[in-house]
Design a protein around this ligand. Structure first.
Ligand SMILES: Nc1ncnc2c1ncn2[C@@H]1O[C@H](COP(=O)(O)OP(=O)(O)OP(=O)(O)O)[C@@H](O)[C@H]1O
Ligand SMILES: [Mg+2]
Length: 162
């Protein structure tokens, strides 16, 4: 499932639409190169959940918990976790089962934190603002929920599923 994201606002809005349908215990993995827009997408997710306070890059703190929204948002940067440490070893002041967990660079590292997950790969051209989100729902109710998301009028510029 691919979604065209011509500008940063489109990436934010995709995150916001996703944030509205997230449930407690959900795990969302954001992968893609430096500057691909993973944090922008996480910011949109925070907006969709209604969290208070800015969702900034967690790069220097590894993980942050954002409260005040419908569900707590755990925003982590697995790039700094390395291969051994795991998000659930971080002693976060939040229970992942009661929260939404969004991990940047989490591909291949943190999938086993939950039975099911949504992976979103952000691709970018060498120059320009164009990005493409590749949505990979895995397990649980993710396939149905993503089908609903991409048919929602809030997510525009959706190219045909493939
Ligand atoms: N279509 C787009 N989607 C997302 N961001 C875009 C887009 N076009 C331009 N940008 C810009 O690209 C940058 C993306 O930065 P962001 O911090 O979200 O990337 P990242 O993937 O989290 O990087 P890092 O690997 O350093 O964590 C922002 O400055 C944003 O404004
Ligand atoms: Mg980032």
């Amino acid at each position: 499932m691919r979604i065209d994201l011509p500008a940063a606002a489109d990436t934010f809005e995709l995150g916001r639409a996703l944030g509205r349908l997230l449930r407690a215990g959900d795990l969302v993995l954001l992968t893609g190169p430096l500057g691909a827009g993973k944090t922008v997408l996480a910011q949109g997710i925070g907006a969709g959940l209604g969290v208070t306070g800015p969702v900034v890059s967690p790069t220097f703190v590894i993980a942050r918990v954002h409260r005040g929204g419908r569900l707590p948002l755990v925003h982590a940067d697995a790039y700094r976790l390395g291969s051994v440490a795991e998000v659930d070893d971080l002693d976060l002041d939040a229970d992942l089962a009661d929260s939404v967990t969004v991990v940047e660079w989490g591909g291949g590292l943190v999938e086993r934190l939950a039975d099911a997950h949504l992976a979103i790969r952000l691709e970018r051209a060498e120059s320009g603002e164009d990005r493409t989100a590749v949505l990979c729902p895995s397990g649980g109710t993710w396939p149905e929920r993503i089908a609903a998301l991409v048919s929602s009028p809030r997510v525009n510029a959706v190219s045909s599923p493939r």
